[in-house]
Design a binder for this molecule. Structure first.
Ligand code: GTP
Ligand code: MG
Length: 339
């Protein structure tokens, strides 16, 4: 299914139904009293998060979400029926903004969470309500109130504990395949991954964490090179980042590491500050084995501990997952302590 993480929609809640002007008609009674009923309420537009939805694709093609109007009131004091609410389903993790002011209206991070994006108008009162001692036969009734309308910007930001970042082709998708049931496409060319993938990693019997694989980053991504940096929003909510590097004939992991960290900072300083676990992949390759020690030392000199593993053979993967789980717990504990 196509992954769409942004949509702009116009919501219009239902207008209230009109109040009715009507008079009782009875045999032999020349003029009965007023009996026009009230109009019904218009439907609300409700945005609801669901974990069974993964994308905003549906909304890309249904940009107008209009709830029905209330029924008009009728004679014999019959109130018009209120319209049903219109429920628009979005994936969990959807942020709702007012498209005109950019104000954040709601962040739907829990399955079933709702936000009323537009309130339906109340129905107009029928003429029966306006009868007074002075005016026993009012010939007027109210219009219904208009339903709210507005332009909404929807932004999906995936919810994961760990975000995998790194240059294209370093083995990010291979890693997620190795540690979870996710099966993203893997291939020996850059930009194989075009949309984020989520995987659930099991640690121990009951504990799990969610890991997100996003498209590769390159130097200049913040200027729009490659796939750009807009996918970084999907790792913004994570607790920590797993930064995967590889060693190729003409590349140097430290230079790559600095370049990618620079791109993160361009996207958001908070993201660049997030705790990272750094790992060199493809440990099974002779080229990697020949240089790994020297490369690890370079990181150590800068005070950064770094892991090494092979997402193909599985060497070092268990240790990497253990380290991620440990750091996740430690970071979450720190965050809870400071809150
Ligand atoms: N030898 C070896 N090859 C690996 C390893 N991990 C990944 N590869 C290979 O490297 C290539 C790229 O792997 P991917 O997992 O698609 O890389 P990616 O980082 O997801 O790449 P993008 O989605 O393009 O950003 C594939 O041909 C993989 O088979 C590894 O540990 N050892
Ligand atoms: Mg990939």
């Amino acid at each position: 299914m196509k992954f769409i993480d942004e949509a702009k929609i116009y919501v219009k809640a239902g207008d209230g139904g009109k109040g009715c002007v009507s008079f009782r008609r009875e045999k032999f009674v020349p003029r009965g009293g007023p009996n026009g009923g009230d109009g019904g309420k218009g439907g609300d537009v409700i945005i609801k998060a669901s974990s069974s939805h993964r994308t905003l694709l549906d909304l890309k093609y249904q940009q107008h979400q209009t709830a029905k109007r209330g029924q008009h009131g009728e004679g014999s004091n019959k109130t018009g029926r209120s319209a049903d609410d219109l429920v628009v389903i979005v994936p969990v993790g959807t942020l709702l903004k007012d498209a005109d002011t950019d104000e954040v209206l709601a962040d739907l991070t829990v399955d079933g969470q709702t936000f009323i994006a537009g309130k339906g108008g109340i129905g107009g009162r029928g003429n029966a309500r306006f009868a007074t001692a002075k005016n026993r036969a009012p010939r007027f009734a109210q219009e219904g109130m208009p339903g709210d309308e507005r332009l909404l910007l929807l932004e999906l930001k995936l919810l994961a504990d760990v975000g995998i970042i790194g240059m294209p082709n370093v083995g990010k998708s291979t890693f997620i395949t190795k540690v979870s049931a996710a099966r993203p496409k893997i291939a020996d060319y850059p930009f194989t991954t075009l949309t984020p993938n989520l995987g659930v990693v099991r640690i121990g019997e009951y504990e799990t964490f969610v890991i997100a694989d996003i498209p590769g980053l390159i130097p200049g991504a913040s200027q729009g090179l490659g796939m750009g940096i807009r996918f970084l929003r999907h790792v913004e909510r994570t607790t920590l980042l797993l930064h995967i590097l590889d060693i190729t004939k003409d590349s140097d992991p430290w230079t790559d590491f600095e370049a990618i960290t620079g791109e993160l900072a361009q996207f958001s300083p908070e993201l660049a500050q997030k705790p990272q676990i750094v790992g060199i992949n493809k440990l099974d390759l002779p080229l990697t084995q020949g240089r790994i020690k020297k490369e690890i030392d370079k990181f150590r000199e800068k005070g950064i501990e770094i892991l090494s593993f092979s997402a193909v053979t599985g060497e070092g993967i268990k240790e990497a997952v253990g380290e991620i789980a440990r750091k996740l717990q430690a970071t979450e504990k720190d965050q809870n302590d400071t809150e």
